[in-house]
Design a protein. Sequence first.
Length: 108
Amino acid sequence: MSTLTTHVLDTMRGCPARDMTIELWSIDQSKKLKTVKTNDDGRVDPPLLAGNEMVIGTYELIFFVGDYFDERRFLDRVPVRFLISDVSSKYHVPLLVSPWAYSTYRGS
């Protein structure tokens, strides 16, 4: 089944980022679709989008990094904007993050 999923790894502590707030936005609709929190494994259950919710368009995940690390000396919110271009595919957007740096990629 086609899905959009994410997870967050805390690279400063070397563990999953538990209880981080994430917002999912549809950029095309200028609309917030969901607000979720990561579980103990740094993942979101259930998928952010699945099946018929998967629509071609531009989306943005906003990770509340400053709240998670309880400091706002550098990173606060980390936006990751991406495209869903094939609604039959699986999209996984992980975030590896510390208070000072982050990286992301399209996972499997």
